[in-house]
Design a protein around this ligand. Structure first.
Ligand SMILES: NC(=O)c1ccc[n+]([C@@H]2O[C@H](COP(=O)([O-])OP(=O)(O)OC[C@H]3O[C@@H](n4cnc5c(N)ncnc54)[C@H](OP(=O)(O)O)[C@@H]3O)[C@@H](O)[C@H]2O)c1
Length: 338
């Protein structure tokens, strides 16, 4: 098969299309013939050497959809030819409150990922592709949809009538967080560095948007919430933005953090947390039951993912540059040749 192989960390040129051996399913596993994959910021962090536990060579990619090509011994939940979506969360473990030590995400080291024509995966990680979604739409959903579902529904406990602020709205996960929070009946405010992304977010149902490059957004968000601040903030930008998030959230409010694109928070934040009686909750990926519930919302529930742009597999490097430069709104997709 043809696959993108990363043998070293570096620029986009380290993502090379190679001819490599087809994967073979072991007991309890399937091989999926991929039709589309999607990018996540993690793929860029792995390429640039900014991710914990990098093991190379490896084929990147957590998100993938396609048809089951082969099944291993003992597999009964799917049959060859079936259209499936892959849950990239591997071996969560027994504790629903947090993943165990064996937890991994598809697309690193021996868990070769979806920037490929074929991928090997436990049969328990594949789900019937929702009918009515294109391959590209279905590929956009898994990692970002799962992360947003746990952050908004399980950890954020967002309720109808609450006001939710989502930072970095152009991001893959953030667009899902907007859609899921709106679906729960919340009023959703969004932040972006670009006005055109704020306009796109409005078409997905955002009630108001603020540009962090051109406005005093903390003041404006306060004004838009009657001086009180949002009930919940869903953040993955981190860095200096995190302190502003703690400033803007209402006293007694919730902050759900699932990432830190900008890295470390530059000053102490503890006083803000205890004085405002804040509830700061971490969130990562999600359980199989959360994946199934999320997928139903995008299947029979009729929700749609935001697609940014589709690149052919061999242009994976250029696709990652688009993400690295924060040009995207929603998910960047790779189409995979038959
Ligand atoms: N814990 C988990 O399970 C989990 C799962 C998925 C992702 N993550 C993490 O969550 C973060 C987002 O992931 P993603 O895949 O959605 O990434 P993404 O699609 O690349 O989105 C990141 C967004 O952050 C915003 N941003 C970029 N540079 C910024 C800057 N200088 N200042 C402020 N905002 C900036 C941009 O939105 P605007 O241009 O609109 O501002 C960008 O679209 C990453 O850090 C990722 O590692 C964690």
């Amino acid at each position: 098969m043809r696959a993108i192989v990363q043998r070293e960390t570096g620029g986009p040129e380290v993502l090379r299309l190679e001819e490599i051996e087809d994967p073979v399913p072991g007991p309890g596993e399937v091989v999926v013939k991929l039709r589309a994959a999607a990018l996540n910021r993690r793929d860029v962090f792995i390429r640039t050497g900014q991710y914990a536990g990098i093991k190379l060579p490896s084929t990147p990619g957590a998100d993938g959809v396609g048809e089951v090509a082969a099944v291993g011994e003992g597999v009964s939940n799917v049959t060859p030819g079936q259209a499936v979506v892959i849950d990239p969360a591997l071996d969560w473990g027994d504790d629903p409150s947090a993943q165990g030590a064996s937890f991994r995400i598809l697309g690193l080291g021996a868990d070769n990922g979806t920037y490929a024509q074929l991928v090997r995966i436990p049969a328990s990680n594949v789900y019937a592709k929702p009918e009515g979604l294109s391959w590209e739409e279905a590929a956009a959903i898994p990692l970002a949809g799962l992360t947003a579902y746990r952050a908004v529904n399980t950890r954020g406990q967002v309720k109808a009538g609450e006001t939710v602020l989502v930072t970095g709205i152009g991001g893959g996960v953030s667009t899902f967080a907007l859609t899921l929070a709106r679906h729960l009946g919340a009023r959703v405010l969004v932040l972006s560095g670009k006005d055109e992304k704020l306009a796109r977010a409005a078409t997905l149902g955002a009630d108001a948007g603020f540009n962090y490059n051109t406005s005093d957004w903390v003041k404006e968000v306060r004004a838009a919430t009657g001086g009180k601040g949002p009930d919940v903030v869903i953040d993955s930008v981190g860095g200096a933005t995190f302190n502003q998030v703690l400033d803007v959230v209402r006293p007694g409010g919730r902050v759900v953090v699932f990432g830190s694109t900008l890295g470390a928070v530059p000053e102490t934040v503890l006083r803000r947390i205890f004085w405002k009686q804040l509830d700061v909750r971490g969130s990562t990926m999600g359980l199989p039951s959360e994946f199934a519930a999320m997928l139903r919302l995008f299947g029979e529930g009729g929700l749609r993912p935001a697609i940014d742009k589709v690149f052919p597999l061999e242009e994976a490097g250029a696709a990652q540059v688009r993400m690295q430069e924060a040009e995207q709104f929603g998910k960047i997709i790779l189409s995979i040749p038959a």
